[in-house]
Design a protein. Sequence first.
Length: 315
Amino acid sequence: MLVVLSAAARFHSKPVTDLALRSSPKLLSKAKTLVQELSVLEAKDIKKQLHVNDALAKQYAAYLKDFEAKEPVPCCGVFDTPLWNSSALSSFDEDDAEWANSYVRIFSGLYGLLRPYDQIQRLSLPVSLSTKLKTTKGSVLRQYWAESIEKEIEGALQKLPMPVIVDMSNEEDRLLLDADRLPPETRVMKVEFKHLKKEGALEAQGEFLRWMLQNRCMTPEELVDFRGLEQEDEEEEVNSYRLHKNQPSPNHLVFEENKRDGGDGGWAKKLAEYGGSQRKFVKEFASGKEKWKRSELNKAVKKETKKRSSGSSFY
């Protein structure tokens, strides 16, 4: 499966630079040509087209004229949004990083299409594919990149055993995933997290991305097994998710936060009815394939039995 995402508009002021892998954007030469075109813009033009204040317009104009002044860094180490921060791809080892580079593509206004470890300039220019900037190809950056991006995505899909796209990009970038332009039989999957605020849903998408890559998911059927990230240690609390009872279509997966999984009264009531120790309770209800429940179970019991078991934890 090929995962498609959107680049972050906000960059870390101190990006992660010690990563397991570094690669070069496949459309770098075209990106440099774009920057050359944009570098002729004066601050007043940038202010008008990007709707920013005078100070930022001057800063962006200076960036474009000296675009390669700083050492580039892998984009997953510089992107600063809830999705990218929660995915924590910058912590991957070399094997996971190579896998991510093979199966993740990122829409970018300046670079067209990126892989997670492609090196980019630390230039926080707020442009996306939908940004209105005049180039030789048209008035919107999407027009400049469309043909090149379509070729890259087609090439990536042809290398897969089955052409499946997991689309977690924004609505504007999604316009490039036109079914009529994709290879025949391409299946486009959408993943949604309901009942979460926008930031929480983006964080959940980041966790989903990390889980999918670490588990080497290659078919849509594997995606329904997502329950959250595994605990690194017994004391760590992680978010827990489950499939929503209403699924719009086979190509639209909907997850929700996994709350009160213990049924009426929650886990505290279940533990009281169980009659045994917490240790045995955990072994029975949150071990093996159900180990992902452990953090949710632990949090629920702590909350519901605070007066009786303050500070208790499961092992």
